[in-house]
Design a protein around this ligand. Structure first.
Ligand code: ADP
Ligand code: MG
Length: 323
C-alpha cells in the first residue's frame, strides 16, 4: 500500500509548487476568502497554507488523508460535470505519502478544532485543539522518505520562483480572495481581495501593466469570457503574462493561445505576444478536465467553437480601442 501511495504521489507531487497548487485549490473549494501561503527553502523544508474556509468536520479529518476520500463526488455522473476544482480526492493522500503533514481544522459549528499529524501516511496524532475557523495544512521535509526525488528539485531560489509565479497566477484568477505569500521572513505580496480582477493584476504586476489593458467581455450561447488583454503596443516578449482561467481554474491551453495569436494577427511583430488575463466560463460537460494528473491542461469538446468565440471576443476589445 505504501509503495502504491508513493508511486501515485509521484504523478501528482513532483515538486513543492504542485503541493501548494493542490492546497490552494482545496482552500478555494472550501470558500475561503483569505489564504496565506508560507514557504521556507523553496518549499522543500516547509510549506504552510492557512485559509478561513469551511473547515473539515472532526470525524472527517483522518479520511481526508485517504486516497479517493474526496467529499466532492457523490455519484459517477458527477465525473462528467465537475463543478468544483478538486474531484479526484487524492491530493492530500499523495502529499502525506511523501512528507510530514499536519492538518488543523475547525468548522463553524464545532466548539473545538482538530489536529491530525501524519508521517509517510501513518497517523501520529489526532487530538482536539483550539484554533480559528478554517484549515491550516503544514507540509514539512518533502521527499524525506524518497531521497531519489530530492535530486530532481531545483535550488531553493529556483523552487521559490516557481511558487511565486504559480501563487501570483492563482491570486490574479481569484480577485475576491485575499492572498498573502511569505517566503522565509519576507512578504512577497498580498492582494486586496476586493473582488476586482484589475486590482489583483495591478497588485501583482504593477500599475505599468494595468495602464495598457483593454477590457474583454463577451457572451455567446453558454460561453462567457471576461478579463483584459493588452493594447498591441503593450505586447510582451513571452507568453508569461497570458493567464487563462476556465471555470475558476488556471489552466494552460494551446487552443486559447492560438486564438489570441489569431486575434492579434498583423497587429504584432514576430516574437511579440499579447498580455492577457482571460476568465472563461464553459459548461463542464463541454470539457475534459481529467486529462492530466496535475489538472493543468484541459481539453475542449469543440476546439473550434472555443477558438472562434475567443477570437471574436478579443477582436471586439481591440476594435473598441481603435474606434
Ligand atoms: P479533493 O480536493 O480532490 O476532494 P483532496 O485530497 O485535495 O481531494 O482533499 C480531500 C478532502 O479533504 C476534500 O474533499 C475536502 O473535503 C477536505 N479538505 C481538504 N482541504 C480542505 C480545506 N482547506 N478546507 C476544507 N476541506 C478541505
Ligand atoms: Mg483537492
Amino acid at each position: 500500500k505504501h509503495i502504491a501511495d508513493k508511486i501515485a504521489a509521484g504523478e501528482v507531487i513532483d515538486r513543492p509548487v504542485s503541493i501548494i497548487k493542490e492546497l490552494l485549490e482545496n482552500s478555494i473549494d472550501a470558500g475561503a476568502d483569505q489564504i496565506t501561503v508560507e514557504i521556507r527553502n523553496g518549499g522543500k523544508s516547509y510549506i504552510r497554507v492557512t485559509d478561513n474556509g469551511s473547515g473539515i468536520e472532526a470525524g472527517d479529518m483522518e479520511t481526508a488523508f485517504l486516497r479517493h476520500a474526496t467529499s466532492k463526488i457523490s455519484s459517477v455522473r458527477d465525473l462528467d460535470a465537475i463543478g468544483t476544482l478538486g474531484f479526484r480526492g487524492e491530493a492530500l493522500a499523495s502529499i502525506c505519502a511523501v512528507a510530514r503533514v499536519e492538518l488543523i481544522s475547525k468548522t463553524a459549528d464545532a466548539k473545538m478544532g482538530r489536529r491530525v499529524v501524519t508521517e509517510g501516511s501513518e497517523i501520529l496524532a489526532n487530538e482536539g485543539i483550539g484554533c480559528p475557523e478554517g484549515t491550516t495544512v503544514t507540509v514539512q521535509d518533502l521527499f524525506y522518505n524518497v531521497p531519489a526525488r530530492q535530486k530532481f528539485l531545483s535550488s531553493d531560489n529556483g523552487e521559490s520562483r516557481r511558487i511565486i509565479d504559480m501563487v501570483s497566477r492563482i491570486a490574479r484568477a481569484y480577485g475576491d480572495v485575499r492572498f498573502t505569500l511569505i517566503n522565509g521572513k519576507k512578504q512577497v505580496f498580498t492582494t486586496r481581495g476586493k473582488g476586482n480582477i484589475f486590482d489583483a493584476i495591478v497588485s501583482v504586476y504593477g500599475s505599468d501593466t494595468g495602464r495598457d489593458l483593454l477590457p474583454v467581455e463577451r457572451t455567446s450561447g453558454d460561453l462567457i469570457v471576461k478579463g483584459f488583454v493588452s493594447a498591441p503596443s503593450a505586447s510582451a516578449s513571452s507568453r508569461s503574462r497570458q493567464i487563462f482561467c476556465v471555470n475558476g481554474r488556471v489552466i494552460s491551453s494551446k487552443v486559447l493561445e492560438k486564438a489570441l495569436d489569431e486575434a492579434y494577427k498583423e497587429k504584432l511583430f514576430h516574437g511579440r505576444f499579447p498580455v492577457a488575463f482571460l476568465f472563461l466560463s464553459i459548461p463542464p460537460e463541454k470539457l475534459d478536465v481529467n486529462i492530466h494528473p496535475t489538472k493543468k491542461e484541459i481539453r475542449f469538446d469543440d476546439d473550434f467553437e472555443v477558438h472562434d468565440f475567443l477570437v471574436k471576443a478579443v477582436r471586439q476589445a481591440l476594435e473598441v480601442r481603435e474606434s
